[in-house]
Design a protein around this ligand. Structure first.
Ligand SMILES: NC(=O)c1ccc[n+]([C@@H]2O[C@H](COP(=O)([O-])OP(=O)(O)OC[C@H]3O[C@@H](n4cnc5c(N)ncnc54)[C@H](O)[C@@H]3O)[C@@H](O)[C@H]2O)c1
Length: 362
C-alpha cells in the first residue's frame, strides 16, 4: 500500500517537536515536504528529518507535491487560510490548537472540509493522554453522577512565550494565555462533560507583566507588540445548570506552575493536577479517595498522530473534532468580549442586561 505523502506548514517549535517528530515515526507516512516562511527554518527542519523538499510558500508546496496529509503549525492567524488551502488541494489536515481566532473562522474550515470530502483534526493533545482517556471512560460510566460544577486552569508563574513576537500580538494569536493555554483545558473539561451547551460567560483579563522584562527580539514573528492579557479568569454557564470556573496565566505571582481540571459530581469527584489524577467518592459509609495506575504518557503528539493516520486509512472520525473546537472558541471569544464589556455575555453575541439598571419610569 502506498504511504501517505506528508507535508508540514510552519516548521517552528511545535511543527518540528510534535508533528515532524511523531509523523516521522509512523510507518504508513512518508515525509515529503516542509514549509516555513523563514527559509533557514524550512531547510533546517528538512535536513534534520531527512525531508527532500523545503518551501517558503505553502501554496507552491501544495501545488507541486500532491500531498495526502498536511500539518498546520503556524501562528494562529494562519491556521484557517492554510487549512482551507490544504483541504482545497485534496489533503487531510491536522491543524494545531487553537483551531483559529474565532468560531466563524473555524466554521469556514469545516465548510472547506465538507466541500473537499477530507478529514480535519485539531491538535488537542491533552485529550489523548492516558489520564484524560481514563477520566472520559470513568465519567461516562456514571461514577461521578451528575456533574454540576467544574474548574480548569493552567497557571504559570513566569512563562510568556516569545514576548514581543506573534504570541503577544493579538491580531496574530487571538489573545494571551486564555486562547493559548485555555484552549487545551477548556476543551478537556468540556470533552469530559460531553460538551454541554454553553449559554453565558463572564470573564476578566489582566495585563500586568508587559513592561517588567525586556522584549525578546528573537521571538518568533517579532513585532515588538504586547497587546494581550497575561491572566484571564472567568465563569461559563451551561444550559444544563452546570458551571465551569477557569483561570489561565502566562505570568502571575503564584506559588508554582501547574495545570488542572476538577469535576464536581453528586456521586463522585475527579481532579487532575500536577500530572496526577485523583478520584473522590464514598464507599461503605466512608469517604474514599483513589488514584488509578495509568501507563506513562507517550512522546508529545505520538498518540494523536497515530490516531489521525488510523482515521484516514480506516475512514474513522477523528477524536478532536472541529465542531467541538467551534464551541471552545465561542467560550474563549465570549470571555474576551465579557472582559472588554465588563459584564456577562450571552453566547450568541448578545450581552446580558446590565446588573445596575436605571429605575423604571413611572
Ligand atoms: N499542541 C501543543 O501542545 C502546542 C504547543 C506549542 C504550540 N502549539 C501551537 O502550534 C502553533 C505554532 O506554535 P510554535 O510554538 O511552534 O510557534 P513558532 O513561532 O515556534 O513556529 C511557527 C512557525 O510558523 C512559521 N510561519 C509563520 N507564517 C507562516 C506561513 N504563512 N507559512 C509557513 N510558515 C509560517 C514561522 O516562521 C515559525 O517558524 C501555534 O498555533 C501554537 O498554538 C501547540
Amino acid at each position: 500500500m502506498a504511504k501517505l505523502r506528508y507535508g508540514l506548514i510552519g516548521a517552528g517549535g511545535c511543527g518540528k517537536g510534535k508533528h515532524l517528530a511523531s509523523y516521522s515515526q509512523i510507518p504508513e507516512v512518508e515525509l515529503v515536504a516542509v514549509c516555513d516562511v523563514i527559509p533557514e527554518r524550512a531547510d533546517e527542519a528538512a535536513d534534520r528529518f531527512n525531508v527532500e523538499a523545503a518551501y517558503t510558500d505553502y501554496h507552491e508546496m501544495l501545488r507541486e507535491e500532491k500531498l495526502d496529509l498536511v500539518s498546520v503549525a503556524t501562528p494562529n492567524h494562519v491556521h484557517a487560510p492554510a487549512t482551507i488551502a490544504a483541504l482545497k488541494a485534496g489533503c487531510h489536515v491536522h491543524c494545531e490548537k487553537p483551531a483559529s481566532l474565532t468560531p466563524e473562522l473555524v466554521q469556514s474550515m469545516i465548510a472547506a472540509r465538507d466541500a473537499a470530502g477530507k478529514k480535519l483534526m485539531i491538535g488537542l493533545n491533552n485529550r489523548f493522554t492516558p489520564w484524560a482517556q481514563f477520566a472520559k471512560k470513568y465519567v461516562d460510566a456514571g461514577f461521578l453522577g451528575e456533574i454540576y460544577h467544574a474548574k480548569c486552569g493552567w497557571k504559570r508563574r513566569r512563562g510568556i512565550p516569545g514576548k514581543g513576537g506573534w504570541f503577544t500580538t493579538k491580531a496574530q494569536s487571538g489573545g494571551g494565555p486564555l486562547i493559548d493555554l485555555g484552549v487545551h483545558f477548556i476543551d478537556v473539561a468540556n470533552y469530559l462533560m460531553s460538551f454541554p451547551k454553553p449559554t453565558a460567560v463572564s470573564g476578566q483579563t489582566y495585563s500586568r507583566f508587559a513592561d517588567t522584562t525586556p522584549f525578546n527580539p528573537n521571538a518568533s514573528g517579532y513585532t515588538g507588540t504586547y497587546d494581550v492579557e497575561d491572566l484571564a479568569v472567568g465563569l461559563v454557564r451551561y444550559a444544563n445548570g452546570c458551571t465551569l470556573d477557569v483561570e489561565f496565566s502566562w505570568a502571575s505571582n503564584v506559588e508554582s506552575s501547574y495545570s488542572f481540571v476538577e469535576l464536581y459530581g453528586d456521586k463522585g469527584g475527579l481532579k487532575f493536577e500536577k500530572g496526577k489524577l485523583s478520584l473522590f467518592g464514598e464507599a461503605v459509609g466512608a469517604q474514599l479517595d483513589s488514584q488509578p495506575t495509568l501507563p506513562a504518557d507517550t512522546a508529545w503528539g505520538m498518540a494523536e498522530s497515530k490516531h489521525y493516520v488510523d482515521c484516514i486509512l480506516n475512514d474513522k472520525e477523528p477524536l478532536a473534532k472541529a465542531e467541538e473546537a467551534v464551541i471552545v472558541m465561542e467560550i474563549i471569544v465570549g470571555l474576551y468580549e465579557s472582559a472588554a464589556l465588563g459584564q456577562e455575555v450571552r453566547l450568541g453575541g448578545k450581552p446580558a442586561p446590565a446588573t445596575r439598571r436605571k429605575s423604571a419610569k413611572k
